[in-house]
Design a protein around this ligand. Structure first.
Ligand SMILES: C[S@@+](CC[C@H](N)C(=O)[O-])C[C@H]1O[C@@H](n2cnc3c(N)ncnc32)[C@H](O)[C@@H]1O
Length: 234
């Protein structure tokens, strides 16, 4: 007998259907227009300097990265109440000029709080996979915020994704290349690379990554780069 829930597999036909029938969510944009979005400090908005982590947990990785890169400005956002509080406390206690941890919703930030061409890097590490077919619109690559996130990347800016779910990374790869024309820098099982800082964190960069690696669970990643000709018209 088959186990009750097999991990989902990437299905190119379904992903293509989703892209074809993808609609702009104007109502969604209008909803967030009215709401308060997490604000990025003005002093952080310098070209080739701003790095954003979405769903940062308690922010350990971004704090460490901020210490390693004092020339960059790092913003970590976490929605969960407890983790978000710990993240905000961590950033206060760290007292770094180039790191801020915000308890808030990255969707609101993406819809109204990010300027086009303002981010050098976006990290999404171990996002909730929303494995059920009916939940797939919540996955970041299918989400109505995705065009905004791509628009917020500077030319040459990077999107850095990691997940223990192969289907999620395969699906992101499909959408980010086919729909947005992003250029693939790295794709597959995670391994050290100058752009993922794994060498500096061999046990894992984040809490989830550490726990997956410790249990022998394979992890996957996708690093893509924005070119000047991103397709955002749909
Ligand atoms: C599986 S956890 C991974 C946490 C951390 N990145 C790690 O690797 O340890 C995913 C996190 O994303 C956060 N998250 C999900 N949607 C979010 C949103 N819209 N805005 C901010 N955080 C979000 C969740 O609250 C959760 O803490």
């Amino acid at each position: 007998m088959l186990p009750k829930s097999l991990p989902p597999e990437f299905n190119a036909t379904r992903a293509a259907w989703d892209l074809k029938h993808h609609q702009r969510h104007q109502k969604y944009a209008d909803f967030f227009e009215e709401r308060k979005a997490p604000q990025i400090p003005e002093s952080f908005l310098k070209p080739q300097s701003l790095w954003l982590e979405i769903g940062a947990g308690t922010g350990q990785f971004f704090e460490a990265l901020a210490r390693l890169h004092p020339e960059k400005n790092l913003v970590a956002i976490e929605r969960d109440r407890m983790r978000g509080k710990r993240l905000a406390r961590r950033s206060e206690e760290a007292g770094l000029k180039n790191f801020i941890g915000i308890r808030g919703n990255a969707i609101a930030a993406a819809m109204t709080g990010l300027r086009p061409n303002s981010l050098e890097r976006i990290y999404i590490l171990y996002p909730c996979p929303w494995p059920k077919n009916s939940q797939r619109k919540h996955r970041w690559h299918f989400h109505p915020t995705m065009p905004k996130l791509v628009e917020a990347l500077e030319p040459g800016g990077l999107l850095i994704l990691a997940s223990d779910q192969k289907f999620y990374v395969d699906e992101s790869h499909y959408v980010w290349t086919q729909r947005y024309g992003l250029e693939v820098i790295k794709y597959g099982e995670i391994s050290p690379h100058p752009l993922n800082a794994l060498e500096l964190f061999p046990e894992g960069r984040t809490k989830f990554e550490r726990s997956f690696l410790a249990s022998g669970q394979p992890c996957y990643e996708l690093i893509v780069r924005a070119t000047k000709n991103q397709s955002l018209s749909r």
